[in-house]
Design a protein around this ligand. Structure first.
Ligand code: HAM
Length: 420
Protein backbone atom coordinates (compact mmCIF):
# COMPACT_ATOMS: atom_id res chain seq x y z
CA UNK A 1 0.00 0.00 0.00
CA UNK A 2 1.27 3.47 -0.84
CA UNK A 3 0.88 5.77 2.15
CA UNK A 4 1.16 9.52 2.63
CA UNK A 5 4.69 10.75 3.35
CA UNK A 6 5.93 11.21 6.90
CA UNK A 7 5.12 14.71 8.09
CA UNK A 8 2.21 15.13 5.65
CA UNK A 9 -1.41 14.42 6.48
CA UNK A 10 -4.74 13.86 4.78
CA UNK A 11 -7.31 16.16 6.27
CA UNK A 12 -10.53 14.17 6.58
CA UNK A 13 -14.10 14.83 7.71
CA UNK A 14 -15.19 15.76 10.32
CA UNK A 15 -11.96 17.78 10.80
CA UNK A 16 -12.40 19.44 7.39
CA UNK A 17 -15.44 21.26 8.82
CA UNK A 18 -13.10 22.86 11.37
CA UNK A 19 -10.64 23.83 8.63
CA UNK A 20 -13.45 25.46 6.66
CA UNK A 21 -14.64 27.23 9.78
CA UNK A 22 -11.11 28.58 10.42
CA UNK A 23 -10.73 29.75 6.82
CA UNK A 24 -14.17 31.30 6.72
CA UNK A 25 -13.59 33.12 10.03
CA UNK A 26 -10.29 34.48 8.70
CA UNK A 27 -11.72 35.70 5.38
CA UNK A 28 -14.65 37.36 7.07
CA UNK A 29 -12.61 39.10 9.78
CA UNK A 30 -9.63 40.10 7.64
CA UNK A 31 -11.95 41.75 5.10
CA UNK A 32 -13.32 43.92 7.92
CA UNK A 33 -9.77 45.23 8.46
CA UNK A 34 -9.34 45.99 4.76
CA UNK A 35 -7.19 42.98 3.82
CA UNK A 36 -7.55 41.35 0.40
CA UNK A 37 -6.51 37.80 -0.43
CA UNK A 38 -3.33 37.08 -2.36
CA UNK A 39 -2.34 33.64 -3.69
CA UNK A 40 1.23 32.92 -4.65
CA UNK A 41 2.84 29.74 -6.06
CA UNK A 42 3.99 27.03 -3.64
CA UNK A 43 7.46 26.97 -5.16
CA UNK A 44 9.82 29.82 -5.83
CA UNK A 45 13.46 30.44 -6.68
CA UNK A 46 15.56 29.29 -3.72
CA UNK A 47 17.33 32.64 -3.69
CA UNK A 48 14.12 34.37 -2.55
CA UNK A 49 14.09 32.55 0.78
CA UNK A 50 17.85 32.58 1.32
CA UNK A 51 17.93 36.36 0.96
CA UNK A 52 14.83 37.17 3.01
CA UNK A 53 14.74 34.57 5.80
CA UNK A 54 18.53 34.59 6.14
CA UNK A 55 21.21 32.07 5.17
CA UNK A 56 22.15 31.26 8.77
CA UNK A 57 18.63 30.49 9.99
CA UNK A 58 17.53 26.94 10.78
CA UNK A 59 14.83 27.24 8.12
CA UNK A 60 17.32 27.97 5.35
CA UNK A 61 20.20 25.85 6.64
CA UNK A 62 18.23 22.72 7.53
CA UNK A 63 14.56 22.80 6.73
CA UNK A 64 13.98 23.79 3.14
CA UNK A 65 12.69 21.45 0.46
CA UNK A 66 15.13 22.52 -2.23
CA UNK A 67 15.52 20.70 -5.54
CA UNK A 68 16.84 21.25 -9.03
CA UNK A 69 14.24 21.29 -11.80
CA UNK A 70 14.81 19.70 -15.20
CA UNK A 71 16.81 22.71 -16.33
CA UNK A 72 18.99 22.61 -13.22
CA UNK A 73 17.47 25.71 -11.57
CA UNK A 74 17.34 25.63 -7.77
CA UNK A 75 13.74 25.77 -6.58
CA UNK A 76 12.29 25.61 -3.07
CA UNK A 77 8.86 24.73 -1.72
CA UNK A 78 7.86 27.82 0.21
CA UNK A 79 8.67 27.49 3.93
CA UNK A 80 6.66 30.65 4.77
CA UNK A 81 4.55 33.29 3.07
CA UNK A 82 6.03 36.72 3.81
CA UNK A 83 8.85 36.54 1.27
CA UNK A 84 6.43 35.29 -1.40
CA UNK A 85 3.95 38.13 -0.82
CA UNK A 86 6.73 40.74 -0.94
CA UNK A 87 8.04 39.19 -4.17
CA UNK A 88 4.59 39.21 -5.76
CA UNK A 89 3.98 42.86 -4.79
CA UNK A 90 7.32 43.90 -6.25
CA UNK A 91 6.80 41.93 -9.43
CA UNK A 92 3.32 43.39 -10.03
CA UNK A 93 4.33 46.90 -8.92
CA UNK A 94 1.64 46.92 -6.26
CA UNK A 95 3.72 49.21 -4.04
CA UNK A 96 3.12 51.99 -6.56
CA UNK A 97 -0.68 51.63 -6.32
CA UNK A 98 -1.33 52.76 -2.76
CA UNK A 99 0.86 53.68 0.16
CA UNK A 100 -0.60 51.10 2.51
CA UNK A 101 -1.17 47.58 1.19
CA UNK A 102 -2.89 44.83 3.16
CA UNK A 103 -2.88 41.20 2.03
CA UNK A 104 -3.83 37.89 3.58
CA UNK A 105 -3.09 34.34 2.47
CA UNK A 106 -4.05 30.78 3.31
CA UNK A 107 -2.18 27.73 2.18
CA UNK A 108 0.41 25.00 2.57
CA UNK A 109 4.02 25.66 3.65
CA UNK A 110 6.87 23.16 3.74
CA UNK A 111 9.66 22.65 6.26
CA UNK A 112 11.79 19.58 6.71
CA UNK A 113 11.37 19.30 10.49
CA UNK A 114 11.08 16.29 12.79
CA UNK A 115 7.34 15.55 12.76
CA UNK A 116 5.43 15.42 16.03
CA UNK A 117 1.97 16.48 17.27
CA UNK A 118 1.35 19.94 15.78
CA UNK A 119 4.56 19.88 13.74
CA UNK A 120 4.51 18.67 10.16
CA UNK A 121 6.58 18.92 7.01
CA UNK A 122 3.63 20.12 4.99
CA UNK A 123 1.61 22.41 7.23
CA UNK A 124 -0.76 25.27 6.60
CA UNK A 125 -0.66 28.92 7.52
CA UNK A 126 -3.15 31.72 7.60
CA UNK A 127 -1.23 34.99 7.47
CA UNK A 128 -1.47 38.72 6.88
CA UNK A 129 1.05 41.30 5.69
CA UNK A 130 0.65 45.07 5.98
CA UNK A 131 3.07 47.13 3.86
CA UNK A 132 3.69 50.87 3.73
CA UNK A 133 3.72 52.08 7.33
CA UNK A 134 6.40 52.50 9.97
CA UNK A 135 3.81 53.40 12.60
CA UNK A 136 3.64 51.47 15.89
CA UNK A 137 -0.15 51.76 15.48
CA UNK A 138 0.14 49.34 12.53
CA UNK A 139 1.99 46.85 14.76
CA UNK A 140 -0.72 47.16 17.41
CA UNK A 141 -3.50 46.73 14.85
CA UNK A 142 -1.86 43.62 13.38
CA UNK A 143 -1.42 42.08 16.84
CA UNK A 144 -5.01 42.95 17.72
CA UNK A 145 -6.19 41.36 14.46
CA UNK A 146 -4.46 38.13 15.42
CA UNK A 147 -6.02 38.15 18.88
CA UNK A 148 -9.49 39.05 17.54
CA UNK A 149 -9.16 36.21 15.04
CA UNK A 150 -8.62 33.67 17.81
CA UNK A 151 -11.53 35.19 19.74
CA UNK A 152 -13.79 34.96 16.68
CA UNK A 153 -12.78 31.30 16.35
CA UNK A 154 -13.89 30.74 19.96
CA UNK A 155 -10.40 30.04 21.34
CA UNK A 156 -9.54 31.31 24.79
CA UNK A 157 -6.59 30.64 27.09
CA UNK A 158 -4.10 32.28 24.75
CA UNK A 159 -1.00 34.11 25.81
CA UNK A 160 0.36 36.97 23.67
CA UNK A 161 4.11 37.38 24.16
CA UNK A 162 5.87 40.46 22.86
CA UNK A 163 9.42 41.71 22.56
CA UNK A 164 11.32 44.28 20.54
CA UNK A 165 14.50 43.88 18.53
CA UNK A 166 14.63 47.60 17.72
CA UNK A 167 16.04 49.37 14.69
CA UNK A 168 19.37 48.74 12.95
CA UNK A 169 21.33 50.64 15.66
CA UNK A 170 19.70 48.70 18.49
CA UNK A 171 20.33 45.40 16.76
CA UNK A 172 24.00 46.23 16.18
CA UNK A 173 24.37 47.21 19.85
CA UNK A 174 22.64 44.02 20.95
CA UNK A 175 24.77 41.88 18.66
CA UNK A 176 27.90 43.26 20.38
CA UNK A 177 26.48 42.62 23.86
CA UNK A 178 25.45 39.09 22.97
CA UNK A 179 28.78 38.26 21.33
CA UNK A 180 30.62 39.47 24.45
CA UNK A 181 28.40 37.26 26.59
CA UNK A 182 28.51 34.13 24.44
CA UNK A 183 32.13 34.09 23.23
CA UNK A 184 33.58 32.75 26.51
CA UNK A 185 31.00 29.91 26.33
CA UNK A 186 31.75 29.03 22.69
CA UNK A 187 33.18 25.62 23.65
CA UNK A 188 29.77 24.58 25.03
CA UNK A 189 27.90 25.40 21.82
CA UNK A 190 26.97 23.16 18.89
CA UNK A 191 29.17 23.50 15.75
CA UNK A 192 26.45 25.51 13.96
CA UNK A 193 26.31 28.04 16.80
CA UNK A 194 30.08 28.29 16.97
CA UNK A 195 29.96 29.46 13.35
CA UNK A 196 26.99 31.69 14.09
CA UNK A 197 28.93 33.73 16.68
CA UNK A 198 30.84 35.33 13.85
CA UNK A 199 28.30 35.13 11.03
CA UNK A 200 25.02 36.00 12.78
CA UNK A 201 25.15 35.81 16.55
CA UNK A 202 21.40 36.48 16.96
CA UNK A 203 20.70 33.04 15.52
CA UNK A 204 22.29 31.39 18.57
CA UNK A 205 19.18 32.54 20.45
CA UNK A 206 16.76 30.23 18.66
CA UNK A 207 19.00 27.18 18.38
CA UNK A 208 17.05 24.11 19.49
CA UNK A 209 20.13 22.15 20.72
CA UNK A 210 19.80 21.69 24.53
CA UNK A 211 23.46 22.58 25.26
CA UNK A 212 23.11 25.88 23.43
CA UNK A 213 19.86 26.64 25.24
CA UNK A 214 21.60 25.95 28.55
CA UNK A 215 24.49 28.28 27.73
CA UNK A 216 21.95 31.07 27.27
CA UNK A 217 20.41 30.41 30.70
CA UNK A 218 23.59 31.63 32.42
CA UNK A 219 23.30 34.82 34.53
CA UNK A 220 24.07 38.08 32.78
CA UNK A 221 22.47 37.11 29.48
CA UNK A 222 21.66 40.48 27.83
CA UNK A 223 18.13 41.23 26.59
CA UNK A 224 17.24 42.90 23.29
CA UNK A 225 15.19 45.51 25.16
CA UNK A 226 18.26 46.61 27.14
CA UNK A 227 19.97 47.57 23.87
CA UNK A 228 17.08 49.55 22.34
CA UNK A 229 17.90 53.02 20.98
CA UNK A 230 15.71 55.96 22.12
CA UNK A 231 13.44 55.95 19.03
CA UNK A 232 13.16 52.15 19.11
CA UNK A 233 12.17 52.22 22.78
CA UNK A 234 9.52 54.87 22.02
CA UNK A 235 8.15 52.74 19.16
CA UNK A 236 7.89 49.71 21.43
CA UNK A 237 6.19 51.70 24.21
CA UNK A 238 3.63 53.05 21.75
CA UNK A 239 2.77 49.51 20.61
CA UNK A 240 2.24 48.38 24.21
CA UNK A 241 0.13 51.47 25.02
CA UNK A 242 -2.08 50.93 21.97
CA UNK A 243 -2.63 47.29 22.87
CA UNK A 244 -3.57 48.29 26.40
CA UNK A 245 -6.01 50.89 25.03
CA UNK A 246 -7.69 48.15 22.95
CA UNK A 247 -7.89 45.88 25.98
CA UNK A 248 -5.55 43.27 24.48
CA UNK A 249 -3.74 41.41 27.26
CA UNK A 250 -0.05 40.69 26.56
CA UNK A 251 3.10 39.63 28.31
CA UNK A 252 6.45 41.25 27.63
CA UNK A 253 8.96 38.48 27.08
CA UNK A 254 12.53 39.76 26.93
CA UNK A 255 13.72 36.29 25.83
CA UNK A 256 11.41 36.01 22.84
CA UNK A 257 13.24 35.61 19.54
CA UNK A 258 11.99 34.58 16.12
CA UNK A 259 13.61 32.15 13.72
CA UNK A 260 13.70 34.48 10.71
CA UNK A 261 16.28 37.21 10.07
CA UNK A 262 14.03 39.87 8.57
CA UNK A 263 12.49 41.12 11.81
CA UNK A 264 13.03 44.59 13.29
CA UNK A 265 11.28 46.30 16.22
CA UNK A 266 8.18 44.47 17.46
CA UNK A 267 8.08 40.67 17.45
CA UNK A 268 5.30 38.57 18.97
CA UNK A 269 4.08 35.05 19.40
CA UNK A 270 0.77 33.62 20.56
CA UNK A 271 0.90 30.40 22.57
CA UNK A 272 -1.82 28.04 23.79
CA UNK A 273 -1.68 25.50 26.59
CA UNK A 274 -3.65 22.86 24.61
CA UNK A 275 -0.68 22.45 22.27
CA UNK A 276 1.99 21.02 24.57
CA UNK A 277 5.58 21.32 23.36
CA UNK A 278 4.67 22.91 20.02
CA UNK A 279 2.74 25.66 21.75
CA UNK A 280 3.22 28.51 19.24
CA UNK A 281 -0.14 29.04 17.52
CA UNK A 282 1.25 31.90 15.53
CA UNK A 283 3.80 34.63 15.41
CA UNK A 284 4.97 37.63 13.52
CA UNK A 285 6.48 41.04 13.71
CA UNK A 286 7.73 44.10 11.92
CA UNK A 287 10.24 43.79 9.07
CA UNK A 288 11.25 47.29 8.01
CA UNK A 289 14.29 46.47 5.88
CA UNK A 290 12.88 43.56 3.93
CA UNK A 291 11.04 45.25 1.06
CA UNK A 292 13.97 47.54 0.29
CA UNK A 293 16.42 44.67 0.54
CA UNK A 294 14.34 42.76 -2.03
CA UNK A 295 14.63 45.67 -4.46
CA UNK A 296 11.50 47.64 -3.50
CA UNK A 297 10.93 51.06 -1.96
CA UNK A 298 12.16 51.83 1.56
CA UNK A 299 8.97 51.13 3.43
CA UNK A 300 7.77 49.38 6.56
CA UNK A 301 6.06 46.04 6.84
CA UNK A 302 4.42 44.07 9.62
CA UNK A 303 2.47 40.82 9.67
CA UNK A 304 1.78 37.48 11.29
CA UNK A 305 1.06 33.88 10.39
CA UNK A 306 -0.66 31.18 12.38
CA UNK A 307 -0.49 27.43 12.02
CA UNK A 308 -3.84 25.97 10.95
CA UNK A 309 -3.02 22.44 12.21
CA UNK A 310 -2.38 23.92 15.66
CA UNK A 311 -5.50 26.05 15.50
CA UNK A 312 -7.56 22.96 14.65
CA UNK A 313 -6.09 21.10 17.66
CA UNK A 314 -7.27 23.97 19.86
CA UNK A 315 -10.67 24.06 18.15
CA UNK A 316 -11.14 20.37 18.86
CA UNK A 317 -10.67 21.27 22.52
CA UNK A 318 -13.53 23.75 22.49
CA UNK A 319 -15.84 21.30 20.68
CA UNK A 320 -16.71 23.75 17.95
CA UNK A 321 -17.67 20.64 16.00
CA UNK A 322 -20.80 20.14 18.07
CA UNK A 323 -21.99 23.64 17.20
CA UNK A 324 -21.43 23.04 13.50
CA UNK A 325 -23.42 19.84 13.50
CA UNK A 326 -26.26 21.21 15.62
CA UNK A 327 -27.93 22.68 12.56
CA UNK A 328 -28.40 19.35 10.80
CA UNK A 329 -31.81 17.73 10.16
CA UNK A 330 -31.96 13.96 9.48
CA UNK A 331 -34.86 12.59 7.46
CA UNK A 332 -36.10 9.17 8.60
CA UNK A 333 -38.15 6.97 6.23
CA UNK A 334 -40.51 4.41 7.80
CA UNK A 335 -41.49 2.81 4.47
CA UNK A 336 -40.35 2.56 0.88
CA UNK A 337 -42.44 5.51 -0.52
CA UNK A 338 -41.05 7.76 2.23
CA UNK A 339 -37.51 7.31 0.85
CA UNK A 340 -38.47 9.05 -2.42
CA UNK A 341 -40.62 11.62 -0.62
CA UNK A 342 -37.70 12.45 1.68
CA UNK A 343 -35.42 13.01 -1.31
CA UNK A 344 -37.83 15.74 -2.42
CA UNK A 345 -38.24 17.13 1.09
CA UNK A 346 -34.47 17.20 1.65
CA UNK A 347 -34.12 19.12 -1.61
CA UNK A 348 -36.66 21.71 -0.39
CA UNK A 349 -34.95 22.03 3.02
CA UNK A 350 -31.51 22.50 1.48
CA UNK A 351 -32.86 25.15 -0.89
CA UNK A 352 -34.20 26.90 2.20
CA UNK A 353 -30.66 26.93 3.65
CA UNK A 354 -31.11 23.98 6.02
CA UNK A 355 -28.60 21.11 6.20
CA UNK A 356 -30.62 17.96 5.52
CA UNK A 357 -29.41 14.35 5.37
CA UNK A 358 -31.34 11.25 4.33
CA UNK A 359 -30.61 7.61 3.51
CA UNK A 360 -31.15 5.89 0.14
CA UNK A 361 -32.15 2.40 1.33
CA UNK A 362 -34.86 1.09 3.62
CA UNK A 363 -33.48 0.60 7.14
CA UNK A 364 -34.93 0.13 10.61
CA UNK A 365 -35.97 3.25 12.52
CA UNK A 366 -33.31 2.42 15.12
CA UNK A 367 -30.54 2.30 12.52
CA UNK A 368 -31.68 5.60 10.96
CA UNK A 369 -31.78 7.36 14.34
CA UNK A 370 -28.29 6.03 14.96
CA UNK A 371 -27.13 7.66 11.71
CA UNK A 372 -28.85 10.89 12.81
CA UNK A 373 -26.94 10.82 16.09
CA UNK A 374 -23.66 10.06 14.38
CA UNK A 375 -24.21 13.06 12.09
CA UNK A 376 -24.84 15.20 15.19
CA UNK A 377 -28.34 16.06 13.95
CA UNK A 378 -30.42 18.23 16.22
CA UNK A 379 -33.72 17.20 14.59
CA UNK A 380 -35.06 14.02 13.02
CA UNK A 381 -37.96 14.35 10.58
CA UNK A 382 -39.89 11.06 10.57
CA UNK A 383 -42.45 10.04 7.98
CA UNK A 384 -44.37 6.84 7.19
CA UNK A 385 -47.91 5.88 6.27
CA UNK A 386 -49.53 7.51 9.38
CA UNK A 387 -47.82 10.83 8.73
CA UNK A 388 -48.54 10.61 5.00
CA UNK A 389 -52.27 10.17 5.70
CA UNK A 390 -52.23 13.46 7.62
CA UNK A 391 -50.01 15.39 5.17
CA UNK A 392 -47.54 15.82 8.00
CA UNK A 393 -44.18 14.71 9.38
CA UNK A 394 -43.11 13.96 12.93
CA UNK A 395 -40.41 16.31 14.15
CA UNK A 396 -38.23 14.78 16.85
CA UNK A 397 -35.85 16.79 19.00
CA UNK A 398 -32.78 14.55 19.18
CA UNK A 399 -31.64 16.07 22.45
CA UNK A 400 -34.87 15.83 24.46
CA UNK A 401 -36.65 13.08 22.53
CA UNK A 402 -39.81 15.29 22.30
CA UNK A 403 -41.91 14.75 19.19
CA UNK A 404 -44.55 16.90 17.46
CA UNK A 405 -46.64 16.44 14.33
CA UNK A 406 -45.95 19.25 11.86
CA UNK A 407 -47.78 19.78 8.52
CA UNK A 408 -45.22 19.10 5.77
CA UNK A 409 -45.84 22.50 4.18
CA UNK A 410 -45.04 24.22 7.51
CA UNK A 411 -41.80 22.34 8.19
CA UNK A 412 -39.34 24.92 6.85
CA UNK A 413 -41.02 27.67 8.84
CA UNK A 414 -41.06 25.51 12.00
CA UNK A 415 -37.37 24.65 11.69
CA UNK A 416 -36.53 28.31 11.17
CA UNK A 417 -38.51 29.29 14.28
CA UNK A 418 -36.65 26.75 16.40
CA UNK A 419 -33.29 27.96 15.11
CA UNK A 420 -33.15 24.68 13.17
P1 HAM B 1 6.71 31.26 11.90
O1 HAM B 1 6.73 31.55 13.37
O2 HAM B 1 7.87 30.57 11.34
O3 HAM B 1 6.47 32.65 11.17
O4 HAM B 1 5.41 30.42 11.57
C1 HAM B 1 4.12 30.85 11.98
C2 HAM B 1 3.31 29.71 12.56
O5 HAM B 1 3.27 28.63 11.63
C3 HAM B 1 3.91 29.09 13.82
O6 HAM B 1 3.59 29.84 14.97
C4 HAM B 1 3.21 27.74 13.83
O7 HAM B 1 1.90 27.84 14.36
C5 HAM B 1 3.12 27.41 12.36
N1 HAM B 1 4.18 26.47 11.98
C6 HAM B 1 5.47 26.74 11.69
N2 HAM B 1 6.14 25.61 11.39
C7 HAM B 1 5.26 24.59 11.49
C8 HAM B 1 5.32 23.17 11.30
N3 HAM B 1 6.44 22.56 10.92
N4 HAM B 1 4.18 22.45 11.52
C9 HAM B 1 3.03 23.05 11.89
N5 HAM B 1 2.91 24.37 12.07
C10 HAM B 1 4.00 25.14 11.89
C11 HAM B 1 6.40 32.82 9.82
O8 HAM B 1 6.30 31.93 9.03
C12 HAM B 1 6.35 34.27 9.40
N6 HAM B 1 6.26 34.32 7.93
C13 HAM B 1 5.19 34.98 10.05
C14 HAM B 1 5.11 36.41 9.64
C15 HAM B 1 4.27 36.94 8.74
N7 HAM B 1 5.87 37.38 10.11
C16 HAM B 1 5.55 38.51 9.50
N8 HAM B 1 4.59 38.26 8.66
Amino acid sequence: MITALRGTADILPPATALWQFAEHTARDLFARYGYAEIRTPVFEQTELFVRSIGDTTDIVEKEMYTFADKKGRSLTLRPEGTACVVRACLEHKLFAQARVQKYYYLGPMFRYERPQAGRQRQFHQIGVELFGSYSPLADAEVISLMVRFFEAAGISGLSVNINSLGDADSRAAYRDLLREFIEPKAGQLCPDCQRRIERNVLRVLDCKVPLCKEALEAPGMPTTVSALSGPARAHYQRVLESLTAMGIPFREDARLVRGLDYYTHTIFEVTHTALGAQDAMGGGGRYDGLIEQMGGPATGGVGFALGVERLVIALQHVARKAQQAAKTVYLVSCDEPALAENLVLADALRRAGITALAGYEQQSMKAQLRHANAAGARWAVIRGSDERAQGAVRLKNMETGDEALVPTVALVEKLRETGR
